[in-house]
Each structure stands twice: as structure tokens, then as C-alpha cells.
Design a protein around this ligand. Structure first.
Ligand SMILES: [Zn+2]
Length: 408
């Protein structure tokens, strides 16, 4: 007898998507979290999941999320299904979306289908994957059980690099399992690595004076030039390095074959008036750290570069998410790629993300092997931009991929 593979209902998927897109979980400020979680809880309960709403306590919020743009409760949801399997799979996506400004062709908070695509804010990042997950689980659970116990984490504030979502759950010990699928990705490649990020901040000190006798002062803006030159020399050294991880297929298309580290000067601020010698100039930027580098060494390298300069300055670092790297030969990686092949009809490349992921924080702390795979396409979906969209075929394909990944 031929095997009957459960199939996601595309109409149900579209109905779910319409509802999910309608919640204005825009961060900042990060609203509607309670509303969307209250809507999700009964859906998961009906499928047999035990659900838990995890609201970040106000004191933790005050201590860890000192971003005045964020207001209201931080509601995260954990939904667990135990089927007596040996292993537990953690599935993660974030509920928040970036603001939808500008002239959209459709209402960004209504999922509108046209010409084989659906449009809406967050549809590719990552609400489309959440709708596909629910549709996949419904189809799968109606006809049997998954091969893994499941722990679904739907969280807050990813788009503001906030702590209240996956990082908070990680520190609470709520990220528990043997394998992890992060749906905050795209479907061109399976992402198994990412760059770490460090913000750096240099304040160059001088002494103010009347610019007519500027020899009496020390010009902090002019003293910033050797600092910038030293950083630009270091930039050449840093950016000549390459990771062994391939870059994403979108970057490969423009000749960037491997993941690369970055050193950028992105902000400069100094001086108050044309005729005052400035006593302070602030330079800021970031350093993207490939998995083969260490965050500590990247900071030490900047320190070593600036130290010999005959300039008075203060240097500070704000390390963010670490780099991530999963063994490309891990059985989980192969399993995910093969499920993509069966569900979506192509065998995906492996790649690394130039950007930095909260997933990397969870992977580093828990050591759970992770694959990042989502529903949008890097060059088509206009993630974070106007008219964000996904192919309807990809939505249904993503649900089929999940079924292939989970079915016995
Ligand atoms: Zn995202």
C-alpha cells in the first residue's frame, strides 16, 4: 500500500496567516504580544500541547532591557508536546516585526494574496513560518504523532536585538531539547552559522579653545583622524580574513564566497561650533566576528591597535550576540536538508549569515545543534522593506518540509 503523507491544508494556512499578520506586534514598541499569545494558546492546546505564557517580570525588564522605546508586557509562549520520543526538538520563531512605514501597495497588517505571493509585514520574518508550522502540526497530528517531542518557543523583541525573548528563555533554562530549528531564516539556504557582533565606542579627548588661537587647545576632531586611520588599517587586516563557512547564496551571487568579518566606523560626533576647538569627538562602530575568531580577541585586537597612538581616548566595547557555528556534517543538518528536499523539492546549500542572531546566544549556552531555515527568499521577499512578501508555493512547501522533518 502506498504511504499516505499528511498534507497541510493551504486554506487553513492562509486563514492562520491572515490572523497572525493582523496583530500589530511591531517592535519598537513591541505591542500586542499578549493578544497574539492569547490567540495562539488555544490553537496549540487543541492540538494537545501544554502551553505556558512566560511574561518577563518588570524588574528583569528594567534591568536588562533599558530601551525606552519598548513598552508593555513581554509575553513569550512555550508549547510542549510529549509523545514519548527519545529526543526533543525545539522550534523557535519570534512574534515581533519591524515597523511598516512608507508607501505599501497593500495594508501591511492584512495578508493580501496576489500573483502567487502574499504580502504583509513580517510575513517572511517570521510570521509565515509560524502559520506554516501550525498548519503542518495540525495535518500531522490528525494522522499520527511526530517522531520527536516538541517544544515550540514563540518570543518577543528579536527585531530590536532585545533580551526579553529567546535570550531570556535561554537564561531561564527554558530552551531544552536535543535538536533545534530556528525558523527566523530564509529558504534559499539552511543556515548553520552566523557572525557575532560587538559595538565599540571611542571618545577622543582634547582641550577646547578659541579657534582663532587654536594652538592653545587640542582639537579632538582632528585627533580622531589617526584613530580612524588606525582603524581603517585594521579593517583591511580583519576583512582579508574568511570563514570556512560559505556565505549565503544571495551574497555568493555577488562574488562573496565565504562568510567574512567586518570592522566598520559607522558614527562620528564632535564639535559644537565652527569657531570653538572641540574637546571631544565620539567615534562608534561595530565589529562582526566570524565563528573562527573569538569575541575577546576581536576586542583585544582593537585595543592593541589604538593603544600606541599619541591620542588621549577612552575605548568601550558592548559585546552582543556571539558567533554561531554548527558542524556541517552533524546528522541533524543532513536530516533538515533531506526534509527540505522531500518537502520543497530541492537540496539546499549550507551557509552562514553575515548578520548576528539571538539564536547564536541560545546555541552557545545550550549546545543544542541548530539549523536556521525560514520561509522567505533573500532576494525576493524584501525582508524589513516595503511590500514584504512570500511565495504562496514556499508557504505550503515550508509546511510540507516541516511534516517531512517530523513524521515517523
Ligand atoms: Zn526575524
Amino acid at each position: 500500500m502506498p504511504e499516505i503523507i499528511p498534507s497541510p491544508d493551504p486554506n487553513y494556512l492562509m486563514d492562520l496567516l491572515k490572523k497572525i499578520i493582523s496583530f500589530k506586534t511591531v517592535a519598537p514598541p513591541g505591542g500586542c504580544y499578549e493578544e497574539i499569545v492569547d490567540w495562539l494558546v488555544p490553537i496549540f492546546r487543541e492540538m494537545g500541547f501544554a502551553t505556558q505564557k512566560m511574561v518577563m517580570p518588570e524588574d528583569v525588564f528594567a534591568a536588562k532591557c533599558s530601551d525606552p522605546r519598548l513598552v508593555g508586557d513581554r509575553n513569550n509562549m512555550r508549547a510542549d508536546l510529549s509523545v514519548g520520543a527519545e529526543k526533543t526538538l525545539v522550534i523557535y520563531a519570534h512574534l515581533d516585526v519591524v515597523p511598516a512605514e512608507g508607501n505599501w501597495e497593500t495594508d501591511p497588517f492584512q495578508a493580501v494574496a496576489k500573483n502567487g505571493r502574499v504580502y504583509g509585514r513580517g510575513i517572511s520574518d517570521c510570521k509565515g513560518s509560524i502559520a506554516a508550522l501550525i498548519a503542518a502540526l495540525k495535518a500531522l497530528l490528525e494522522s499520527g504523532k511526530p517522531k520527536y517531542n516538541l517544544s515550540v518557543l514563540l518570543t518577543t523583541d528579536e527585531e530590536v536585538g532585545g533580551y526579553s525573548g529567546l535570550c531570556y528563555l535561554t537564561d531561564l533554562g527554558q530552551v531544552k531539547g536535543d535538536l533545534m530549528l530556528c525558523m527566523d531564516g530564509f529558504c534559499d539556504d539552511v543556515v548553520i552559522g552566523s557572525n557575532g557582533i560587538i559595538h565599540w565606542d571611542v571618545v577622543v579627548h582634547g582641550r577646547s579653545s578659541h579657534s582663532g588661537s587654536s594652538f592653545l587647545g587640542i582639537n579632538a576632531v582632528e585627533r580622531s583622524i589617526p584613530v580612524m586611520e588606525a582603524l581603517m588599517d585594521l579593517k583591511k587586516v580583519v576583512q582579508a580574513r574568511r570563514s570556512l563557512l560559505p556565505a549565503s547564496s544571495a551574497l555568493e551571487a555577488i562574488g562573496k564566497k565565504n562568510l567574512m568579518p567586518m570592522l566598520n566606523i559607522t558614527m562620528i560626533n564632535g564639535g559644537i561650533k565652527e569657531n570653538i576647538v572641540p574637546d571631544r569627538c565620539n567615534l562608534r562602530g561595530d565589529r562582526r566576528v566570524i565563528p573562527e575568531e573569538s569575541m575577546d580577541e576581536a576586542m583585544a585586537e582593537i585595543e592593541r591597535t589604538l593603544k600606541p597612538l599619541d591620542v588621549e581616548f577612552d575605548l568601550k566595547f558592548y559585546p552582543g550576540y556571539p558567533p554561531m557555528s554548527v558542524n556541517p556534517n552533524h546528522a541533524w543538518v543532513t536530516e533538515v536538508r533531506e526534509a527540505v528536499q522531500r518537502g520543497m523539492g530541492f537540496f539546499p546549500r549550507l551557509s552562514g549569515a553575515q548578520g548576528s542572531l539571538d539564536q547564536a546566544y541560545a546555541t552557545e549556552k545550550t549546545n543544542i545543534p541548530t539549523c536556521v531555515f525560514g520561509v522567505g527568499r533573500q532576494l525576493e521577499s524584501n525582508i524589513h522593506g516595503l511590500n514584504e512578501n512570500v511565495r504562496i508555493a514556499d508557504l505550503n512547501g515550508f509546511a510540507r518540509f516541516l511534516i517531512e522533518l517530523l513524521r515517523l
